[in-house]
Design a protein around this ligand. Structure first.
Ligand code: NAD
Ligand code: WQD
Length: 338
């Protein structure tokens, strides 16, 4: 199929583009580069050995989005584009609602006008709010921050559009905690500024960009007192998108929802130890007070995706750390600016 990947220059999008090309799909990307460097495109082409057509604009621009669909043959869309930093969304709610909701409305409007009827959407475990332990897809969705609400709202918008037009096929994929990098070490996660997330922060400690990791609390009701999360390798996550893209061709209902997680929680201290094994030395950390808004435990029940998509995460936490470390060692400052 000819697949439009929105946000394809981003972390998860870039890894998914590589797997789509390897699977024989034709891929084009739209990305505003608000949170990605153009140099990633050359890195993707270096892996695939193929030219990657990229349309660089903001999807909230309805006219440009319409022109893209009028000028390109598109069979399906995977929609990664969006702002995703929880803390930032609390400080800038209007930007998050505008960017995330208007880009999706603009994209779906153009899809419907041009008879593109297959959509895979990036949702998040954050839609389970504070109820994320062993989460199953039938749980009530709610959020505790504007970013999470944009995901809850986008899911509802897509469910309502699917109910009104049963010829659509929409997969809502709820990711847990994506980490890791392509095995080549040439693409990976490249957060701008101080990383919010645990693994990229750990990687920067390991490569010498940060002095030590602050562990946000060790007084949670968990195995070792630190927060537990369902970390999933970005390559397993990308594979889940190809499985969903394949499945929506045979779905009976317009909209389906799948968790993409391993089902296995890992604590902060367990991740610190695993990363130390990848690096070959213990990494420095200190315990500090809890981060406001953090929950103790989050992990998926991935059984529906396993049963209905024939998909299962296969990579271990040690694989995640080894692949992240290879990327970080080769790219201590992340992607080059030019
Ligand atoms: P990312 O920031 O690396 O990728 C998002 C891409 O979208 C970036 O390249 C950015 O430039 C682009 N973009 C943002 N707004 C745009 C717009 N209006 N028009 C065009 N391009 C735009 O983030 P990621 O980690 O790859 O996440 C991809 C998707 O997965 C996001 O929707 C995110 O909410 C979701 N998600 C991420 C995580 C995670 O922890 N990384 C977890 C759950 C869900
Ligand atoms: C993981 C664990 C922290 C950093 C976030 C978003 C979520 C999704 C994934 C988009 C927690 C601890 C972290 C650090 C630490 N993003 N930690 N020191 O918060 O589970 O999820 O990213 O959809 O919406 O909320 O991920 O990596 O920030 O934290 O101790 O410097 O590591 O307390 O227990 P989180 P995280």
């Amino acid at each position: 199929m000819r697949v439009l990947v929105s946000g394809g220059a981003g972390y998860i999008g870039s890894h998914t583009v590589v797997q789509l090309v390897a699977a024989g799909h034709e891929v084009l990307v739209v990305d505003s580069f608000v949170n990605a460097k153009p140099s990633v495109v050359g890195r993707i082409e270096g892996i695939t050995g193929q030219h990657l057509p990229v349309h660089a604009f903001d999807l909230t621009d309805k006219d440009k989005t319409e022109r893209l669909f009028a000028s390109e043959r598109i069979d399906a869309v995977i929609h990664f584009a969006g702002l995703k930093a929880v803390g930032e969304s609390v400080a800038m709610p209007l930007e998050y609602y505008t960017n995330n909701l208007e880009s999706t409305l603009s994209l779906v409007r153009a899809m419907l006008r041009h008879d593109v009827r297959k959509l895979v959407f990036s949702s998040s475990a954050t839609v389970y709010g504070t109820d994320q332990d062993g989460a199953t897809e039938d749980r009530t969705t709610f959020a505790t921050n504007p970013y999470g609400w944009t995901k809850v709202m986008q899911e509802q918008i897509l469910r309502d559009i699917g109910a009104a037009d049963p010829t659509l096929r929409i997969a809502l994929l709820r990711y847990f905690n994506p980490v890791g990098a392509h095995v080549s070490g040439t693409i990976g996660e490249d957060p701008q500024g101080i990383p919010n997330n645990l693994v990229p922060y750990l990687a920067q400690v390991a490569v010498g960009r940060r002095d030590q990791l602050d562990v946000f609390g060790d007084d949670y009701p968990t195995r070792d007192g630190t927060g537990e999360r369902d970390y999933i390798h970005v390559e397993d996550l990308a594979a889940g998108h190809l499985a969903a893209l394949h499945r929506i061709g045979t779905m009976d209902e317009p909209v389906a929802t799948w968790n993409l997680g391993t089902g296995r929680p890992t604590s902060v201290l367990e991740m610190v130890a695993a990363f130390g094994r990848a690096v070959g030395r213990e990494l420095p950390y200190r315990i500090v007070p809890r981060r406001p808004g953090d929950i103790a435990v989050s992990y998926a029940d991935p059984s529906r995706a396993e049963a209905e998509l024939g998909w299962r995460a296969t990579r271990s936490v040690d694989d995640m750390c080894a692949d992240t470390w290879r990327w970080q060692q080769a790219n201590p400052q992340g992607y080059p600016d030019a």
